[in-house]
Design a protein around this ligand. Structure first.
Ligand SMILES: *Cc1c(COP(=O)(O)O)cnc(C)c1O
Length: 361
């Protein structure tokens, strides 16, 4: 593809960020979360770069199969467990672990006849009210799973925090305390922490940590960026200027003519747009790097193009490099401008783009 928009993936940054997790939680095993195509970075590419992880977490059987097909030997955990009973045999044959969060899944296991027992992570709903059993149900479910031939002897316990990205929210401590109470009488390995929790709450590290976003070099916390947390961005969305023009005062730019030049000025057209995963809701004023310097997006993002204000880069010319997010321009910052979260931007980067990786080591 000759269109200059492309995604550059820094594999050594992935390894660095995994090492950073290890530094923050030195006693813990690391379940690297690689769902949604490795947060848009490429599932097997990410898993190979994170070969030092103790396990991988995915959302579905298809992702797990792709990892096994790529030779990944570590435990792989299906974070939402089986979606139907007919997945169980495939799960066992691929050697996967499953999260069990609903009684229908317990019933599937009780009815199943499997070639081998499956490792179960029992999910406790400590207050997020998405997946998991309420604390008062855990003893009974634990017992049923223990009695179930299809379930391996060791059952793990896990929970998920709803507001870990807000350091001062008291709900965090309520959830953590609730989980500790549930686990008090059940001797096993436990897991609480996603990236935000790893960074903000060392007392949640438990036996296993489950980093996702931070592995990709991005901070989930409201009040910090990845760089502040010692992380390095893995994905950089790059392109080039494909046109430069001098407009006159009051000339409008782009669809809807939403922005007008305040004076005679140079503008640049960048080959990237919402068809690549750039957020259409990014407003005028959103930063874009041209030749490494911040300039402002002006007018609406189109499918394949963006327009930028080149008054700070008056010598910029066709072919000059542009960064939409990544190295030099944190995706966290772009997300704030576009009123979204970095997770959504990373996951939505379009597969039509050329992916270029470096830093294989
Ligand atoms: C996605 C996910 C994570 C990782 O969350 P981040 O905020 O990306 O670190 C951890 N645990 C579970 C159960 C998840 O689904």
């Amino acid at each position: 593809m000759t269109r200059p928009a492309r995604v550059v993936i820094n594999l050594s940054a992935l390894r660095h960020n995994l090492a950073r997790v290890h530094e923050l939680a030195p006693a813990c095993k690391i379940m690297a979360i690689v769902k949604a195509d490795g947060y848009g970075h490429g599932l097997t590419r990410v898993a190979h770069a994170l070969a030092a992880a103790d396990a991988f977490g995915v959302a579905c059987l298809e992702e797990a199969r792709e990892l096994r097909g790529a030779g990944i030997k570590q435990p792989i955990i299906l974070l939402e467990g089986p979606y139907s009973a007919n997945e169980l045999t495939k799960i066992v044959n691929l050697g996967l672990d499953i999260v069990i969060h609903d009684v229908t899944q317990v019933e599937m296991l009780e009815r199943a006849v499997l070639p081998r027992a499956v490792v179960v992570w029992l999910k406790v709903d400590t207050g997020m009210h998405r997946l998991g059993f309420l604390p008062e149900a855990i003893t009974r479910i634990w017992q049923r799973l223990n009695d179930c031939k299809a379930v391996a002897d060791k059952i793990y316990l896990m929970t998920h925090l709803a507001v870990a990205n807000e350091r001062d929210n008291p709900m965090n401590h309520a959830q953590i305390e609730c989980f500790h109470k549930v686990c008090a009488n059940l001797a096993t390995e436990t897991s609480i922490a996603n990236s935000a929790s790893i960074l903000a709450f060392p007392d949640t590290h438990a036996d296993w940590v489950r980093p996702g976003l931070m592995l990709y070099g991005v901070s989930p916390l409201c009040d910090s960026s990845g760089v502040d947390e010692g992380l390095k961005p893995v994905m950089t969305l790059k392109s080039e200027l494909i046109a430069v023009k001098n407009l006159r005062a009051n000339d409008p730019v782009g669809y809807g003519a939403t922005w007008r030049c305040p004076e005679d000025m140079p503008v640049g057209i960048v080959a990237a747009g919402y068809g690549d995963g750039y957020p259409r809701h990014a407003p005028s004023g959103t930063p874009v790097l041209v030749n490494g310097e911040r300039v402002a997006l002006i007018g609406r993002a189109s499918m394949d193009m963006l327009i930028v204000d080149l008054r700070k880069q008056p010598r910029a010319k066709v072919g000059d490099p542009v960064v939409l997010w990544g190295e030099g321009l944190p995706v966290e910052e772009l997300a704030r401008y576009a009123d979204t979260i970095p997770y959504e931007l990373l996951c939505a980067v379009h597969k039509r783009l050329q992916f270029i990786e470096y830093g294989k080591g």
